[in-house]
Design a protein around this ligand. Structure first.
Ligand SMILES: [Zn+2]
Ligand SMILES: [Zn+2]
Length: 283
């Protein structure tokens, strides 16, 4: 399942590459990131079984991974980090400070779950990691996030279908499995229902159309949207209540099924416009 997912991602990204102009090196790096993620995901083995504890968490309205650490075996983590660092170094033309990441507390163990937990809880000093490297804190965060995806997607696989099928009710704006903020929105099916996508564990879940996933404000009057360059299939949905935005694809306009991970990569222009309006994107 995951192999075909990554294959589809590459094909979709190639399609956008032929249609649009991206910054130099942009799609090449992202394709390489996907290859590294795919390889790490394969090394983690087959889809896990459902965990009763995780199901109970969801039934009680808590995220599935509450009380659990996501295993990050160093045997998979370290080679993936080195490959990713090489890709970043090549594109940026300067060495990525991966050794500083390896020197963080937690490196002495066989499992790096503390790194992920510290990053997600905002306890990692990204500015310190970036210092003197020529990379900024945002790029360091993007690196770490990209590196953690395969470990989290492995954990979320058993729950994805039941969430989309609404076998488990979840009407929050953050990810039901890992708790990350929604990364992207997709309007799907004939009626254009909305689902949200988690960029860390790749879970998707249905969510009401006119509610901000960030502040969960249901007042339609404070939600607006904008598109750019005449492209009606991709929009930013802006919440004037909390000044955040969520990018979204309308599959009815796109006239095909999309992959949220690729839609996100294919729409950097919307992020630029939103940043120019002083809007933030929860991460
Ligand atoms: Zn998630
Ligand atoms: Zn809001």
């Amino acid at each position: 399942m995951s192999a075909s997912f990554y294959q589809r991602c590459r094909a979709e990204l190639q399609r956008y590459e032929a249609e649009k102009a991206f910054p130099e090196g942009y799609t090449g790096l992202n394709k390489e990131i996907m290859e590294i993620q795919e390889s790490a995901r394969e090394q983690l083995g087959p889809t896990l079984r459902l965990s009763e504890a995780a199901l109970n968490n969801l039934k009680e309205g808590q995220i599935a991974l509450t009380g659990q650490s996501v295993p990050i075996p160093v045997s998979v983590f370290r080679p993936a980090a080195l490959k990713l660092a090489a890709a970043f170094s090549r594109v940026a033309g300067q060495p990525f400070p991966v050794e500083k990441i390896f020197a963080l507390p937690g490196s002495s163990s066989d499992d790096w779950h503390t790194l992920a937990e510290d990053l997600l809880a905002g306890r990692l000093d990204l500015a310190e990691l970036a210092e003197g490297s020529g990379y900024n804190a945002e790029t360091i965060a993007y690196f770490l996030h990209s590196l953690l995806v395969p470990f989290y997607e492995h954990q979320s696989e058993p729950y994805r279908q039941m969430l989309m099928d609404k076998e488990i009710a979840w009407n929050r704006g953050f990810c039901p499995v890992c708790g990350s903020p929604a990364r992207y929105g997709v309007y799907y099916g004939e009626k254009g229902f909305r689902k949200l996508y988690c960029g860390l564990c790749r879970t998707e879940w249905p969510f009401p159309r006119h509610m901000c996933p960030h502040c969960e404000n249901p007042e339609m009057a404070s939600i607006r949207s904008f598109t750019i360059g005449g492209d009606q299939a991709h929009a930013a949905e802006v919440c004037d209540h909390c000044q955040s935005y969520l990018k979204a694809t309308d599959e009815r306009q796109l006239r095909r099924e999309c992959i949220a991970a690729v839609e996100d990569l294919a729409t950097p222009g919307i992020d630029l416009t939103a940043a120019g309006q002083g809007l933030s994107r929860p991460a």
